[in-house]
Ligand binder design. Structure first.
Ligand code: SF4
Length: 386
């Protein structure tokens, strides 16, 4: 009896950082099995209606009983509701739906209309329709399982551990540290999840066949083009920095605590290469002033925390190497923080990254209009306009 009590105490204070390290090489099936074995009926899979359906299949394969919950925001695509139904039938389960508070939704919509997020950002609507309902759902659990993967958002999701004490939400026992978050797919790549779904004949959201990768609410999700990152299909009218909906905002490292919900992440500089000149504000102002330049300049306006800037880092550095021998100067200008207003007014900054070509003889910079930021597309742009 004594021994059991001691063992239980040790279990209570489990070091999840250590456990995450131990499980770093484990398969999603092993991780799922461990999570279900440890938490039994106090753990549930968060199912969004996208390829995180893989989690349900993994749970089935463990042979253990499992729970699934989902947030019905009221704004999902019909295809997502169909998938929920198909999943319930295939797995013989009932998904535990949580709905937003009717009074809060009513107040939001009566005050601001049905599409206020296009005007003033998605955070308020997400808070009412997703974050608060999620908080309520999690208060009934000791652990949850998500489908987050490191490759989903190069900036905000690049450090997802297999298991962690949830940095944002509270669980059944209340207080900091009362909830554990499992991410069995953290180290799996999107392509492998799809191979698994196909092989196991798992029902999937019909929207995927129409080009949707990441799937959320209907007004805030769109298909992406080949080569575009999946997160570009979400809240595409906003700056990249704000693209976590709040459900996983612990992924975003806070720059300063006074920043409200969604602070910019990180920290180290990017586009570090001998072929990329780091321009100061004075340097950019000079480029703007010169009508006749000795050589054309390609300049990226960036923020080091921006996942889309991070995602194009490798192509931009490779491009700089190629352009160095062609007499084109390649540069970067950090345009967040104090420089943002200036960059918006003088440098056509819309969202990060913005790429500008200062041709040799034209006085005005030409903004790169496309979201294809691979080496070949950027090279054609430079060659056509230099
Ligand atoms: Fe509202 Fe869009 Fe967030 Fe859904 S994703 S809760 S519709 S802002």
């Amino acid at each position: 009896m004594m021994i059991t009590e001691v063992e239980e105490k040790e279990e209570d204070v489990e070091d999840f950082e250590q456990l995450a390290k131990k499980l770093e090489e484990a398969s999603p099936l092993e991780i799922m099995d461990k999570a279900l074995q440890k938490f039994g009926s106090n753990i549930a899979i968060a199912f969004s209606g996208a390829e995180d359906v893989a989690l349900i299949e993994y749970a089935r394969l463990t042979g253990r009983p499992f729970r699934v919950f989902s947030l019905d925001t009221g704004r999902l695509n019909p295809e997502t509701y169909r998938l929920f139904d198909a999943v319930e039938k295939q797995y013989g389960i009932r998904i535990e739906y949580t709905f937003p508070d009717a009074v809060e939704v009513q107040a939001l919509v009566r005050n601001k209309g049905l599409f206020s997020f296009y005007e003033d950002g998605h955070q308020e609507c997400c808070r009412v329709r997703k974050v608060r309902p999620l908080r309520r759902a999690l208060k009934g659990l000791k652990a949850w399982i998500t489908g987050q993967r490191k490759d989903q958002s190069p900036g905000t999701r690049s450090e997802i551990p297999i298991v962690q004490v949830d940095p944002v939400f509270e669980g059944l026992d209340g207080g900091v540290g009362s909830l554990v978050k499992w991410n069995p797919l953290a180290n799996v790549e999107g392509g492998d999840v799809w191979n698994f779904l196909r092989t196991m004949d798992v029902p999937v959201n019909a929207l995927h066949a129409q080009g949707y990768v990441s799937i959320g609410c209907e007004p805030c999700t769109r298909p992406v083009l080949p080569g575009q990152h999946e997160r570009e299909g979400r809240w595409w009218w906003e700056d990249a920095k704000a693209k976590e909906c709040g459900l996983h905002k612990g992924n975003i490292k806070k720059e300063d605590d006074t920043t409200a919900d969604l602070a910019p992440a990180i920290v180290h500089d990017i586009f570090e290469s001998n072929n990329v000149v780091a321009l100061s504000r004075g340097g950019v102002e000079n480029l703007l002033k010169l009508g006749n330049r000795k050589e054309p300049w390609l300049v990226v306006l960036y923020a080091p925390w921006c996942p889309f800037c991070q995602a194009m880092e490798a192509s931009y550095v490779e491009l700089a190497e190629k352009l160095a021998v062609k007499g084109v100067k390649v540069a970067k200008f950090r345009a967040d923080g104090d420089q943002k207003e200036f960059a918006k007014q003088e440098l056509q900054l819309g969202s990060f990254p913005t790429i500008l070509l200062f041709p040799k003889s034209a006085p005005r910079a030409i903004k790169y209009p496309s979201e294809h930021r691979d080496v070949d597309s950027l090279m054609s742009f430079v060659n056509l306009l230099r």
